[in-house]
Design a protein around this ligand. Structure first.
Ligand SMILES: Cc1cc2nc3c(=O)[nH]c(=O)nc-3n(C[C@H](O)[C@H](O)[C@H](O)COP(=O)(O)OP(=O)(O)OC[C@H]3O[C@@H](n4cnc5c(N)ncnc54)[C@H](O)[C@@H]3O)c2cc1C
Ligand SMILES: *[C@@H]1O[C@H](CO)[C@@H](O)[C@H](O)[C@H]1NC(C)=O
Ligand SMILES: *[C@@H]1O[C@H](CO)[C@@H](O)[C@H](O)[C@H]1NC(C)=O
Ligand SMILES: *[C@@H]1O[C@H](CO)[C@@H](O)[C@H](O)[C@H]1NC(C)=O
Length: 604
């Protein structure tokens, strides 16, 4: 009897606790919608009764020291008018339009001048593309948010998070706008721009624990790869942080939360594997430290568990490593304009030779960046990187491939160079990338066992990719080579990444302003032809959350494998209401952007 009463009481207690924790999606701050027979609770948008009135916005603007601005998209000076949710403004400015058009494809221009631009424009809907001969039409926001907070300090970010939570606004965190999947863009959102948080602080010996007492660096949320690499190179001896191949990507934002792979991945794993501590503002507005000692679950999740899904990172601390003398080699095979009737076979045989060495190269610590199909039968390896290798050592590792290419009789061009540090090689040999293009991107990684078991299937898949109108970018590395196995599970990185030999990005060009049927066809081709071919060729592979198709089937497993259930529970703990939404990250399976990709809603 006594125990029955006890269990009844504790049962009631449990229920009460559950009720307190469970978010109430029927409260008046949610907007109820119905589409295709489904019920949704949606975030609050301009025109909805719950949208804050101008007095509230003004008050918010005061708390952030006037750093809130109405967002007018970058291309507006090329149009007569900009029509936004708060009215119409005349925007035409010929000189400004020419300046923007001339620099449109320059990443750093876009990052430094425009607080919310998406560098890959597809997910902006391309409703305000600059063009020197527009001058007559009206441009609109497309999928951009109408307001930007240019955060200058931690308190501004906190104020933005609190304001978005209280008013149930869609929140977008935007650092550099590199995100391929449109995660730094969102219709009707309040955008927090973190780009001004540029502090860089070096530590000779890290005192924050983590079983590590070596050199480290703390980076504000806005620091870009080239900024920290330049400073670290000036240390004596020169140091590096694990960053990607792209110099303008931010380090403490999307890169670490997605993982962050680069030439040093062979030696130290992902950038996420080298993180020591985060300062982060969670959905409840609390400023927290996430480290092995405090909020260790959040610490683990921020290391590769999904960009923009768990909180706003204000700063992050990473291990520093010694830089080393490095050598590089370039290779180009271009049969795009060949009149040889066997050019196609010759080309694919050459690709097969090249790719056949992938496992051997990554075992030796080489990083190989290459592009395929950008001009038809074109392979552009730019470059092979040997960190800590002399030119002769690198040449010896690549020579067997050159011998095979010579035996095949395929024409190619090559060049080489060596440098006192990897940093010097990086500046000299890596090519700058372009902003302002519109494409859908996807990708998959090739697992070692699949490449070894069936190399011909890999080349057949590449043919399918290129044949379906996609470009491809490859990155050969091995994320399990240098990092001890005991450290693999210390970050949320998919365990399957530890035996990858080639990480591929697929790129299907399509206009952001194309008709819906055209977009649907391109998306279908990406998911069900291009990436499917790669998935079929490597069933043991996985996908990289920062460089993938947001509609990858079973994205939870593809991005995180066995780590997904733990990530989902951490998401529910720190963000039960879903303040932070980024497509295909933990906890977003119940969310949908209804009404043609606009209103973000929770399925009821
Ligand atoms: C040309 C190019 C080359 C690339 N090369 C590589 C590479 O070699 N290796 C690699 O790993 N990746 C590479 N990437 C992918 C890159 O990792 C992602 O685009 C990454 O998300 C960029 O992060 P960001 O913060 O600079 O960009 P943003 O687009 O500003 O942000 C990306 C995501 O992170 C979120 N976010 C940004 N800052 C914060 C913050 N402070 N707190 C919480 N969330 C935040 C945003 O909301 C968004 O969801 C490349 C991308 C491009 C376009
Ligand atoms: C916020 O305040 C600043 C400074 O007073 C002002 O320039 C800006 O237009 C305001 N933003 C909005 C959205 O009203
Ligand atoms: C986005 O573009 C599609 C066409 O591709 C169009 O139907 C839709 O209205 C646009 N939406 C916005 C908000 O611009
Ligand atoms: C580098 O290229 C030069 C030609 O420019 C060639 O003579 C030399 O053998 C190459 N060296 C290595 C180590 O690849």
């Amino acid at each position: 009897m006594k125990s029955a009463v006890f269990s009844l009481v504790s049962g009631a207690l449990l229920l009460a606790q559950d009720a307190a924790a469970a978010p109430d999606f029927t409260s008046s701050k949610w907007v109820m919608k119905r589409q295709n027979g489904n019920d949704y609770a949606c975030k609050c948008y301009p025109g909805d009764a719950c949208w804050p009135d101008s007095a509230k916005w003004q008050q918010f603007n005061n708390t952030v020291n006037g750093n809130l601005q109405i967002h007018i998209p970058p291309g507006a000076p090329c149009y007569n008018k900009f029509e936004g949710p708060f009215g119409e403004v005349n925007t035409y400015d010929e000189a400004e339009c020419q300046r923007i058009s001339a620099n449109w494809h320059d990443e750093q221009f876009q990052i430094s001048q425009f607080p919310a631009s998406g560098l890959w424009t597809y997910f902006t809907n391309d409703t305000c593309r600059p063009s020197t001969n527009v001058g007559s039409e009206t441009c609109t926001l497309g999928y951009y948010g109408p307001l930007v907070l240019n955060a200058k300090k931690m308190q501004h970010i906190k104020a933005g998070v609190d304001f978005a939570r209280k008013n149930n606004l869609r929140l977008v965190i935007r650092n550099t706008g590199h995100d391929f999947l449109g995660r730094s863009v969102g219709w009707g959102s309040l955008i927090i721009n973190t780009h001004s948080l540029k502090d860089i602080k070096f530590h000779n010996k890290w005192k924050g624990g983590c079983g590590y007492s070596g050199p480290a660096v703390t980076l504000g949320a806005g620091v870009q790869a080239f900024e920290v690499l330049e400073k670290a190179n000036k240390l004596n001896p020169p140091k590096v942080v694990v960053t990607g191949e792209c110099a303008t990507v931010g380090v403490s934002g999307g890169l670490v939360q997605g993982g962050g792979h680069g030439p040093f991945t062979n030696f130290h794993g992902f950038l996420a594997d080298t993180a020591l501590e985060f300062k982060v503002i969670t959905a409840d507005g609390q400023f927290r430290t996430a480290s092995p000692k405090s909020n260790s679950d959040l610490f683990w999740a921020l290391k590769g568990g999904g960009p923009g899904a768990f909180g706003v990172i204000v700063e992050a601390t990473f291990k520093l490593f010694d830089d080393k003398p490095s050598a590089g080699v370039n290779l180009d095979i271009n049969l795009a304009f060949s009149t040889d009737p066997n050019a196609a076979d010759l080309f694919w045989n050459a690709v097969s030779i090249f790719h056949g060495y992938s496992t051997r190269w990554v075992d030796e610590g080489l990083y190989v960046y290459y592009e395929l199909g950008t001009m038809g039968h074109n392979l552009h390896v730019h470059p092979f990187v040997g960190i800590g290798k002399t030119p002769e050592e690198l040449a010896a590792l690549i020579q067997p491939m050159f011998d095979d290419l010579d035996a095949l009789g395929v024409p190619y061009t090559t060049s080489n160079a060596s440098f006192p540090t990897f940093y010097d090689l990086y500046n000299a040999m890596f090519e700058p990338e372009a902003a302002g293009n519109s494409a859908l991107t996807g990708g998959w990684t090739l697992a070692r066992e699949d490449v070894e078991a069936n190399p011909a299937a890999v080349i057949d898949a590449f043919k399918t990719v290129v044949g379906a109108g996609s470009f491809m970018v490859g990155h050969m590395w091995n994320a399990g080579r240098g990092l001890p196995q005991s450290a693999w599970s210390q970050s949320a990185i998919n365990p399957r990444f530890r035996h990858v030999v080639d990480k591929l990005i697929t790129i299907v060009p399509v206009g952001g302003n194309a008709p819906l049927e055209v977009k649907e066809e391109a998306q279908n081709r990406l998911t069900n032809v291009v990436d499917k071919a790669l998935r079929d060729a490597s069933p043991n592979g996985c996908a990289y959350v920062n460089e993938a198709d947001p509609f990858t089937p079973n994205w939870q497993d593809a991005f995180w494998g066995t780590n997904y259930p733990k990530l989902l529970s951490i998401k529910k703990k720190y963000d039960p209401e879903g303040l932070f939404y980024t497509v295909s990250t933990p906890g977003t399976e119940d969310w949908e952007q209804i009404e043609t990709g606009t209103r973000l809603c929770k399925k009821l």
